[in-house]
Write a protein that binds this ligand. Structure first.
Ligand SMILES: NC(=O)c1ccc[n+]([C@@H]2O[C@H](COP(=O)([O-])OP(=O)(O)OC[C@H]3O[C@@H](n4cnc5c(N)ncnc54)[C@H](O)[C@@H]3O)[C@@H](O)[C@H]2O)c1
Length: 376
């Protein structure tokens, strides 16, 4: 059993990963500033994992534990703050052996209007985290990277060796952190680092208790589609019906968030079991689905009709983005197990049971533009 720190663990991917790691007996500490996550998500994770009662120990700190088993401690804090990070490393008596670094800003459009904020949180936050890891003698790190690094390549599927050519500030920050981590690993051979390049994580835990709860207007197709299904938004607008794809709409590689969460567990196992190394892996299903295929699967799986309209293409989008996931299977025995129908069923179970998410954001019904899910 190891003690692991998750930055941004109260967010979408982090909360599902917490659950997977608790089910394998880990002790977890989460640091999150709640800019896009909530303590309620982790209260529900603790409940699903069968931990004891979720207690608020102070205004900034929550905890739940099972005697002799897993535990979950949540600290409100900012990854850019050395003091908050030192507190996170020390809060349960020290001994953190690995970090999963989810904390960051991820909205592509927002990154174009607020580049300084994106560089500060995503890059400065990672520098501060690495400094703190140095102070606390921790050299194992799993980083949330992104297929957005590959830009608008026509290559199908995309291997890890494809050129990195990000096209927006969000993508540049992910590329900068990958570069930074490569330099750090080169400077000291004791580091164990995994760069996990996610394709399009979607869906929710099958219980419907935890899922994606974006602040305000969803940035990506799937949560938007769920909100249209739930009546919170009026209709879906699909960017581009004239792409060179079978039905003219953009094709993306959607992977169930529980498959992705399990991928983090595998990466951690491999890093901890093998000699120090740097792993760079695509996490995707290797299958592409068009926007219309996703819409139809959602309708068929859930017995619903989704109003949508096809509009102009959006600048910066590409026709197809599909992972070559074979390296992840070869290096860590991981591949996706859940289908598009599972994604649609579980995503709707979450949305229909929690129409306002965890209750923190009250979106107004509205129509808005959304295309093939951007890789964030
Ligand atoms: N969801 C996707 O489609 C996708 C795709 C590729 C990569 N990623 C990356 O994966 C990671 C997790 O994504 P997610 O979808 O779970 O996003 P999310 O927004 O749900 O989770 C990120 C969490 O980080 C927290 N956070 C933000 N800034 C912070 C700070 N300064 N200090 C502490 N906590 C902070 C937020 O409150 C949130 O809980 C991000 O780094 C994102 O860039 C996501």
């Amino acid at each position: 059993m190891t003690k692991v720190l998750l930055t941004g663990g109260a967010g979408f991917i982090g909360s599902h990963t917490c659950l997977v790691l608790l089910e394998t007996g880990h002790q977890l500490v989460v640091i999150d500033d709640f800019s896009n996550g909530s303590a309620e998500a982790l209260r529900r994770v603790a409940e699903l994992a069968g931990l004891g009662p979720w207690r608020q120990a102070s205004a900034e700190h929550w905890t739940a534990a099972e005697p002799g088993g897993g535990s979950l401690t949540l600290l409100r804090g900012d990854v850019r703050s050395p003091r908050d990070l030192d507190r996170a490393f020390a809060i349960t008596g020290g001994g953190i052996s690995a970090v999963l670094h989810f904390a960051g800003l991820k909205a592509v459009g927002e990154s174009m209007t607020q580049p300084l904020r994106y560089w500060d949180v995503n890059v400065t936050g990672t520098v501060q985290l690495l400094e703190a890891m140095g102070r606390h003698a921790c050299q194992t790190l799993v980083f949330s990277s992104s297929a957005t690094l590959y830009g608008t390549t026509d290559r199908v599927p995309i291997p890890e060796t494809a050129p990195l050519q990000p096209i927006n500030p969000y993508g540049y920050t992910k590329a900068a952190v990958e570069r930074l981590l490569t330099d750090v690993a080169t400077s000291d051979p004791g580091w164990r680092i995994a760069l996990l390049r996610y394709f399009n994580p979607v869906g929710a835990h099958p219980s419907g208790r935890i899922g994606e709860d974006p602040n305000g207007l969803p940035n990506n197709l799937f949560p938007f589609l769920c909100q249209v299904a739930g009546g919170r938004r009026q209709h879906l607008e699909v960017f581009g019906g004239d792409w060179p794809t079978p039905d003219g709409t953009g094709v993306r590689d959607y992977l169930h968030v529980m498959d992705l969460a399990e991928g983090h567990g595998r990466a951690l196992d491999v890093l901890q079991a093998e000699p120090p190394q740097m792993l760079t892996l695509n996490l995707g299903s290797g299958h592409g689905y068009s926007v219309l295929e996703l819409v139809r699967s959602f309708e068929t799986t859930n017995g619903l009709t989704l109003p949508y309209a096809v509009v102009e293409r959006r600048p910066g989008d590409s026709a197809v983005s599909v992972a070559d996931p074979r390296e992840a299977e070869r290096r860590m025995g991981w591949r996706t197990r859940r289908s598009l129908a599972d994604i649609c069923r579980d995503g709707w179970a979450w949305q229909s049971a929690n129409p306002q998410g965890y209750g923190s954001n009250e979106g107004q019904p509205t129509g808005a533009l959304i295309g093939a899910q951007q890789v964030s």
